[in-house]
Design a protein around this ligand. Structure first.
Ligand code: 9PG
Length: 478
């Protein structure tokens, strides 16, 4: 259901106003930009499917800015206007700010059942954003448990991870007394998307073999899943084509482009698919994994034809996420990734709030030439997670891993320092992916500092509500 849009005409001089956008999912760009700038429009549809909301992508038009859930308009002195959805359980809010001559028009369109929306003029945009987003977090019973320190296999081994490498790193970390809570196995252990219980050819074991080893070292076992994705050649696809999200012609949708091509999405309004999801999480919990990183979650809210057409996209997403939570159990730790942000509140414990950190600073070709603001890079991760500083009342933010190693990395000392600064300011999850054997004394030192930095339950440095702070952290020198 789509509601009549809400309109405001704002007597702001467009040349002096900046717009703060939140983005749709973890990887989408969040930024503070001059209103008269042009938001990038991704060159390929797969980039939009995988990084933005295909139903409300960046406009690509000068002076037209789109944001999900909330939006801020800032005058140079930090005063301005804030709009914020106050309950994202079943509803998406699409905000659009548009330069209209000497004024700015702001529109909010709801997708889903009616939901409360706040719009305020304020002397302090930052303070108002923090207050309204906290109200949203409270209304949705946000979970903000103590943050964890995680070793994750992705950012050094990528899909080549093996059981042996997991164990080698866990043993080395244990011998060095590195303060990790969780060792998390990422993408690469499984035969296919959907065929999670069958190992890949190279993993050298089964995912169920890992937790007992980790437990003897005193670490919790964590596992990555992309539970809403189904590989086109998977056994799951062959067995249950009726569980897939469909296009308008009734054909199973294919979206994104990863793992060498596009993939299907589960229809999370299908009762059997929901039961399968719950069982999947329960099975891995039974193997000893009590930390799940659930990724590519936006697939469940992708536009399409569903088994239950009365369910909104936000609701369909939440049904799938709740099934995972039910399977994992209330005391398990659920980290969302690639996820519609606000609609995850109350179910996830932590959330990735930016695109992937990479062992290089910027991917200018994909970011600028191909217009993909959701591109993985250290630079994008830093910008995006900082711009979302206010989300600490929604879940534990996960600004992604520190990269402390010098080998197999193109980051220089200053860039490593910037990542350390990001973790210090944002707080939340602390993670690393460095092969422990590659760390020299200074790398180990940096890693320890990153893991043991103060553990604020809210961002430091940004909480002083003078108007310049957002500006400083989102425009800085990078
Ligand atoms: C596993 C990875 C890691 C990582 C996740 C997610 O648009 N892209 O090209 C793109 C590639 C990888 C990606 C996100 C986007 O990474 O964020 O931590 O788990 O999946 O495949």
């Amino acid at each position: 259901m789509t509601h009549a849009p809400l309109h405001w005409t704002i007597p702001a001089s467009p040349d002096t106003v900046r717009v703060l956008i939140n983005g749709y999912q973890s990887w989408s760009e969040a930024e503070l930009r001059p209103l008269t700038d042009t938001p990038p429009r991704a060159h390929f549809q797969w980039m939009i499917d995988q990084g933005q909301d295909p139903a409300f992508p960046p406009s690509g038009e000068a002076g037209v800015w789109r944001s999900h859930t909330l939006i801020g308009l800032l005058r140079p002195d930090g005063s301005g206007w804030v709009g914020c959805l106050l309950d994202a359980t079943r509803t998406f809010a699409h905000w659009e700010a548009r330069v209209a001559g000497e004024a700015v028009t702001l529109t909010c369109t709801l997708e889903g059942p009616d939901a409360p929306v706040a719009f305020e003029e304020t002397t302090d945009v930052q303070a108002t954003l923090e207050r309204l987003s906290a109200q949203l977090g409270e209304a949705m019973h946000a979970r903000t448990p103590a943050p964890l320190r995680v070793w994750c296999s992705w950012y050094s081994y990528y899909r080549d991870i093996t059981l042996e490498a997991m164990l080698d790193n866990a043993h080395r970390a244990y011998d060095l007394g590195l303060p990790f809570d969780v060792f998390q196995l990422d993408d690469g252990f499984q035969a296919d998307l959907g065929d999670w219980l069958e190992p890949s050819a190279w993993f050298g074991g089964h995912a169920k073999d890992l937790p007992a080893h980790l437990h003897t070292l005193g670490y919790r076992a964590g596992l990555w899943l992309a539970p809403f994705l189904v590989g086109p050649h998977s056994k799951l696809r062959a067995a249950h084509p009726e569980w897939l999200l469909q296009d308008e012609q009734g054909e199973p949708l294919l979206l994104g482009d990863n793992w060498g091509g596009p993939y299907h999405a589960l229809d999370t309004t299908h009762p059997e698919a929901l039961a399968w999801l719950q069982e999947l999480a329960a099975t891995f919990r039974g193997y000893g994994y009590d930390y799940l990183k659930v990724d590519f979650l936006y697939a469940a809210s992708h536009p399409g034809r569903r088994h239950d057409p009365a369910v909104s996209r936000a609701e369909a997403y939440r049904m799938g996420l709740q099934a995972l939570r039910d399977g994992l159990g209330d005391d398990g730790f659920l980290l969302g990734c690639g996820a519609p942000l606000a609609s995850s509140i109350g179910i996830v414990d932590a959330m990735r709030t930016g695109p992937d950190v990479t062992p290089f600073w910027d991917d200018e070709a994909r970011r600028v030439l191909l217009g993909d603001g959701a591109v993985p890079s250290a630079r994008s991760a830093l910008h995006t997670a900082l711009t979302r500083w206010y989300q600490h009342t929604w879940y534990q933010p996960d600004p992604d891993v520190m990269i402390a190693r010098r080998e197999r990395s193109l980051l220089n000392d200053q860039e490593r320092g910037a990542l350390e600064g990001l973790l210090d300011v944002i707080g939340g999850l602390r993670a690393s992916s460095d092969p422990i054997e590659l760390l020299d004394a200074s790398g180990l030192d940096l890693l320890r500092r990153s893991l043991t930095l103060s553990t604020p339950d809210r961002p430091r440095s940004l909480t002083h509500s003078h108007g310049g702070a957002v500006t400083h952290f989102t425009r800085g020198t990078f």
